[in-house]
Design a protein around this ligand. Structure first.
Ligand SMILES: NC(=O)c1ccc[n+]([C@@H]2O[C@H](COP(=O)([O-])OP(=O)(O)OC[C@H]3O[C@@H](n4cnc5c(N)ncnc54)[C@H](OP(=O)(O)O)[C@@H]3O)[C@@H](O)[C@H]2O)c1
Length: 315
């Protein structure tokens, strides 16, 4: 029988040794170990995913599950399956129109709410103090939860400052554990921080091998704001899943292009939330903690940057 908290019969010693190797990997990659590898999220089933510590002390899994386009019964099942495999961070948004399905999936999983990290986002049309407060209540009701771990301003449009004021209040009331933004440039973050009492904990932006955003990454690091990757696999655009450079690297470790990409995010200290409707891919995407990309692999992947969005239709 599996021991509580350790996967696949891995004992505590092996588990800690793995942790030590990962910590060394983090040091090699140049990240603060306390921040990146501070705590471990133990799950009774499935893989364990490490947690990072946000600038307000909240813990966030470094790898999670995206839910864009996962609606209705499919969404319910995917979320329940993902949680049972070990995902603890679930990313949704008002505009995905699937918060109810995500909520059902969470309930079906049977996992204690406290073990999960649930993110939602306030959409542009709900921007502003009153509307954002109402949108937050609606999201919570749809999800069937009484707090969110992370609530983000989805896009830097509309009455962003009004939304932020509402979110600061909800945060101070303890109804949100951390607040942040998405798709904000450094200038937009600086503007938001002027006159506000809570600094964003996270900026969720597009980033993957073809759009690496080095400037934003540097800014976020300097300001202790966690960078989170949306479309961490670029939705497979520009041939990511068949890219020869990634495949060559993956061959050395017996890993797929998706796994190389997710490991690359991890070694850069970026939270990634890949989405998949397939159980095999859910497992594959979690299986990225038993190998390490070399410095030369990281440099090779850096050269894949095209420095442009793969989603011009969302600009
Ligand atoms: N804040 C924002 O503005 C924003 C914008 C976009 C996305 N997001 C969030 O970020 C999450 C992830 O982004 P995304 O959904 O756009 O794209 P993504 O995670 O980069 O890619 C998803 C696609 O990759 C495929 N896939 C996943 N794992 C695979 C694997 N191991 N091998 C082969 N194919 C694989 C999936 O197909 P299968 O289902 O067939 O596996 C799906 O078509 C979203 O779900 C959402 O939560 C946020």
């Amino acid at each position: 029988m599996e021991k509580k908290g350790y996967k696949n019969g891995i004992n505590r010693r092996e588990f800690l040794q793995t942790g030590a190797k990962l910590t060394a990997a983090g040091m090699l990659a140049g990240f603060g170990t306390t921040r990146l590898f501070g705590a471990v999220n133990s799950s009774q089933m499935g893989t364990t995913v490490e947690q990072i510590t946000l600038n307000n002390g909240a813990k966030m899994p470094i790898l999670g599950f995206g839910t864009l386009y996962l609606n209705g019964p499919v969404g319910e099942k995917c979320v329940a399956d993902a949680i049972s495999l070990g995902y603890r961070l679930i990313d949704t948004a008002t505009v995905y129109n699937n918060e109810e399905a995500v909520g059902v999936g969470i309930k079906q999983s049977g996992i204690d709410r406290k073990e999960l990290f649930v993110t939602s986002k306030v959409w542009v049309e709900d921007s502003g103090y009153e509307k954002a407060k109402k949108a937050f209540d609606t999201s919570l009701n749809k999800l069937g939860l009484d707090y969110l771990d992370l609530y983000l301003i989805h896009r830097p449009r509309g009455d962003v400052k009004g939304s932020w004021k509402a979110m600061e209040e909800l945060y101070k009331e303890g109804r949100i554990k951390a607040i942040g933004v998405s798709n904000f440039t450094p200038a937009q973050i600086n503007d938001l921080m002027k006159g506000s009492s809570v600094k964003p904990a996270v900026n969720q932006i597009e980033t993957h091998a073809f759009f690496q955003q080095p400037g934003d990454r540097e800014f976020l690091k300097e300001n202790n704001i966690q960078m989170e990757a949306w479309s961490p696999l670029a939705q497979g655009r520009n041939g990511l899943f068949t890219n020869e450079t990634l495949a060559e690297i993956g061959k050395k470790y017996n890993k797929t292009n998706a796994q190389v990409s997710l490991r690359w995010h991890y070694q850069r200290g970026i939270v990634a939330i890949p989405r998949t409707s397939q159980t095999a891919h859910m497992k594959e995407n979690l299986n990225v903690f038993d190998f390490e990309l070399s410095e030369s692999d990281m440099k090779t992947i850096a050269k894949l940057d095209l420095n442009t969005t793969q989603f011009p239709e969302w600009e």
